[in-house]
Design a protein around this ligand. Structure first.
Ligand SMILES: NC(=O)c1ccc[n+]([C@@H]2O[C@H](COP(=O)([O-])OP(=O)(O)OC[C@H]3O[C@@H](n4cnc5c(N)ncnc54)[C@H](OP(=O)(O)O)[C@@H]3O)[C@@H](O)[C@H]2O)c1
Length: 166
């Protein structure tokens, strides 16, 4: 990837699902630092330590599954569904916006990029309709995150053992 970057074939290069431990090792040998680290982040898995580590090393976190994903079978692992969160839904209703818009706004206010996915044209459009959160609303969502640290997506299921150090 560094060779592609140096040859001008890639404007920037990044990584995905890299933990702090693995990034630390990589930073010792990399000649081109990754521009981004694409990782799971949402209020039920705020991933704050890794987010802060990335920022402190000039790596932009990119949030995948920012809406909590909820792939088929996911509930068996997580035992809760982000989109069903009562306080989050109440906040969205009070603001007159969708919960997805709230979740996207929360990620943007935390200063990283957010990657929501939808196969529904209307939802793709509404997800682009950015809203802003007051500091109070932002703090209320942070409170939902407190004590939550359960990963929803584990690439182990696809044969990649990337979080073994956790
Ligand atoms: N690097 C990695 O290891 C990794 C892992 C997982 C995901 N990703 C990437 O991250 C992106 C998003 O992740 P994801 O698909 O897992 O999760 P997500 O974006 O958190 O959630 C997608 C789900 O949310 C629904 N949704 C989207 N907009 C909505 C809205 N406005 N209201 C209600 N429901 C809404 C979608 O249903 P509809 O389609 O029916 O709208 C879909 O079921 C994808 O591009 C994916 O490729 C990367």
């Amino acid at each position: 990837m560094e060779k592609l970057y140096s040859a001008g074939k890639a404007k920037s290069i990044g990584v995905s699902n890299w933990s702090i431990g693995r990034l630390q090792k990589m930073l010792a040998y990399a000649t081109v630092l990754p521009a981004i680290n694409q990782i799971e982040i949402h209020p039920f898995f705020p991933n704050t330590e890794l987010v802060d580590f990335c920022f402190s090393h000039n790596i932009l976190p990119v949030a995948f599954s920012p809406l909590g994903s909820q792939l088929e079978g996911n509930f068996d692992v997580t035992r809760e569904i982000l989109m069903d969160s009562v306080p989050l839904n109440e906040l969205a209703k009070k603001k007159g916006v969708s919960l997805a818009q709230v979740l996207i706004a929360w990620g943007l206010k935390r200063r990283y990029a957010v990657l929501p996915k939808s196969a529904n044209a209307e939802r793709v459009k509404s997800n682009f309709n950015l809203i802003s959160l007051t500091d109070e609303e932002f703090e209320a969502i942070n409170q939902v995150s407190v004590g939550r640290n359960r990963r929803f997506i584990d690439p182990d299921g696809f044969g990649y053992d990337v979080w073994s150090e956790e």
